[in-house]
Design a protein around this ligand. Structure first.
Ligand code: PEP
Ligand code: MG
Length: 606
């Protein structure tokens, strides 16, 4: 479909489809971000200017050196400091300097062009060598090149500055980028890549920015300034919408907002089923600014605080004091309810410059991620844990460990928690000695040994996003395999049931904090299998609460047992979809998704 679509510098109306990742409707001028590469200007300079250009290049090297020095001075003695030192040495590499200067002098290339060309040549040499150590050096060259280019250009291409009300069109966005967009009050987001459980999509949902992902080649087909209407309920992007489209979308917005208002009116009522069963509904957050939304949507505390976001977009890890203040603030805002703080889950799609090692992995989702990464960088892990143990004197804080594979890993992490506690004891610093420690169940291995884990942990929280990714072998960032994202696959429901049974046997509470928890399609199945707490983006809490209040545990258990008997995901989906649509037509109608049945209107002039 994409190849048939012309570029949009004319007023032709076009419609594209993708997966609605964050519901809502947004209309505004396109703001196109294409950052797959730093844009390198290619200019031939006059012979008379070559000396000045060489001087500009040398000044950029000095400035880059100073920037790195600044980062180093904020670091302790560790591996990262050594890496930065090595990068500073590279800046003095005569080969790099002479070759760049020759290109400026002999071929009259501007400094940016010369730097990029030399960097490509150096990286090509590394490409030919299969060696992990050298692969890491290749990363250093790429990192340095980017820094030098940024300095030469006097801009920071990492930053996005869309005007208020714009529709951001991007190839992909990192979770940190998406978080930034909130401040710019954008109307919507559309990306070429990504799937609804990617972290950028999750962030968009939390921030209530309508978003559609997986719209192939949208970046190449749009110019900034073209009017775009984003219907992120049905997964529709309309480029150059006509008056009829705008009227229809205005009506949809009105219906959607009216439905939301009705739901919001009941947000203060307790989440108790018709037959008296109490479910805890908590918030997933990543940033302190989201605490307000958690409060206004009447969450009973925080069920997942993704603290890795504290590490993104910076060169130096947060200090103990920062961890302490962040946790203390969350407790104060959420009182009297608990705050489950997940220790940093970096790696895979959430790469931090602080822990650079993960950048050179061939399969980062199967590599240094979550608790494994924390166990490699124990100093940083201990610093966070000290901050959390200190904050716990201010309220019911719980520590949750991500991506645990089994009991050994849990014990290893526990040993670091003990170390942090002992240090605080020895130093006479106030902290809590009885913080509940739990694990996330995100790997099939953890679900299968949840009976073993349940004897050692204080709680278990099922991260269905990763559990589905790792059980069904589908990269959650890859829109090509998103069709295999099947939360009701028999393998997934059996694993969830296994965890619920293990929790019940040992008296350990089981919650779900993956995206399944926020989808009305799955509420009955999860609660019917024995899940006692659901944690989700705050905005979804009133909707799920209303659904629970209109339901009985008995009917939820009946549906769960029908699902457990299904042989395929398709069969289970049919059973659940029919039942939920019959009982909650409105809730189901407002689920974000791709509406395959919606006809694509023929192209027409605007
Ligand atoms: C999950 O995996 O379901 C989860 C909640 O963690 P995250 O989405 O941050 O990986
Ligand atoms: Mg996860």
């Amino acid at each position: 479909m994409s190849s048939e679509i012309p570029s949009t510098d004319t007023n032709v109306r076009l419609e594209r489809r993708g997966a609605a990742a964050s519901p809502g409707i947004g209309i505004g001028p396109a703001y196109v971000v294409d950052r797959r590469r730093v844009q390198v200007p290619h200019q031939k300079i006059d012979k008379a200017e070559t000396e000045a250009e060489v001087a500009r290049f040398r000044a950029a090297l000095r400035e880059t050196h100073d920037q790195i020095e600044g980062v180093k001075s904020r670091l302790g003695h560790g591996e990262h400091r050594q890496i930065l030192k090595a990068q500073q040495l590279m800046l003095r590499d005569p080969d790099l300097i002479q070759r760049t200067e020759r290109l400026i002098q002999d071929e009259s290339l501007n400094a940016e062009w010369a730097v990029a060309r030399v960097s490509d040549q150096i990286q090509e040499r590394f490409d030919a060598i299969e060696d992990e150590y050298l692969a890491a050096r290749q990363f250093d060259v790429a990192f340095l090149t980017e820094r030098i280019l940024r300095t030469l250009l006097g801009t920071n291409p990492d930053e996005i500055h869309p005007p208020e009300g714009a529709v951001v069109i991007a190839h992909d966005l990192s979770p940190a980028d998406t978080a930034q967009l909130h401040e710019h009050k954008v109307a919507a987001i559309v990306t070429d890549e990504g799937a609804p459980t990617s972290h950028a999509a999750i962030t968009a949902r939390s921030l209530e920015i309508p978003a559609i992902v997986g719209v192939d080649d949208i970046v190449e087909q749009l110019e900034s300034g073209v009017l775009v209407a984003v219907d992120a309920v049905h997964g529709r992007v309309i480029i150059n919408p006509n008056e009829g489209d705008l009227a229809k979308l205005a009506e949809e917005t009105r219906v959607y907002e009216e439905f939301e208002d009705r739901i919001l009116k009941e947000r203060a009522l307790p989440a108790v089923t018709q037959d008296g069963h109490r479910i805890r509904l908590r918030s997933n957050i990543a940033m302190p600014t989201e605490l307000e939304s958690s409060l206004s949507h009447r969450a009973e505390g925080i069920g997942l605080y993704r603290t890795e976001y504290l590490f993104l977009g910076r060169d130096v890890a947060p200090t103990e004091e920062e961890h302490y203040q962040v946790a203390k603030h969350a407790l104060a805002q959420s009182a009297p309810f608990p705050v489950l703080i997940r220790t940093f889950d970096l790696g895979a799609d959430k790469q931090s410059k602080v822990f650079r090692a993960a950048h050179v992995e061939a399969n980062p989702a199967l590599g240094m991620r979550g608790t494994r990464l924390a166990l490699k960088y124990r100093d940083e892990f201990r610093i966070q844990l000290r901050g959390l143990l200190r904050a716990a004197v201010h309220g019911p804080l719980r520590i949750m460990l991500p991506l645990i594979s089994g009991l050994e890993e849990f014990h290893e992490a526990l040993a670091i928690i003990d170390e942090a506690r002992e240090q605080l004891n020895d130093e006479g610093i106030a902290h809590s000695d009885d913080v509940p420690i739990g694990v996330m169940i995100e790997l099939p291995s953890a679900a299968l040994v949840s009976d073993v884990l349940a004897d050692h942990v204080d709680f278990m929280s099922i991260g269905t996003n990763d559990l589905i990714q790792y059980t069904l072998a589908i990269d959650r960032e890859n829109d090509e395999v998103n069709y295999l994202y099947q939360p009701l696959h028999p393998a997934i429901v059996r694993l969830i049931r296994t965890v619920c049974e293990a929790g019940k046997r040992s008296g350990v509470p089981v919650s779900v904090c993956g995206e399944m928890a926020a989808d009305p399609m799955f509420t009955w199945v999860l609660v019917g299998m024995g899940v006692e707490e659901l944690s989700m983006q705050s905005v979804s809490i009133p909707l799920i609460k209303q659904l629970l209040r209109l339901s009985s545990l008995t009917e939820m258990e009946e549906l769960a047992s029908a699902v457990l008997q299904a042989s395929t995901a398709e069969e289970a989906e049919r059973v659940v979809h029919d039942r939920m649509s019959e009982r909650f037509p409105e809730h189901m109608q407002h689920r974000a998704g791709v509406d395959e049945d919606l006809p694509v209107e023929a192209e027409a002039g605007a």
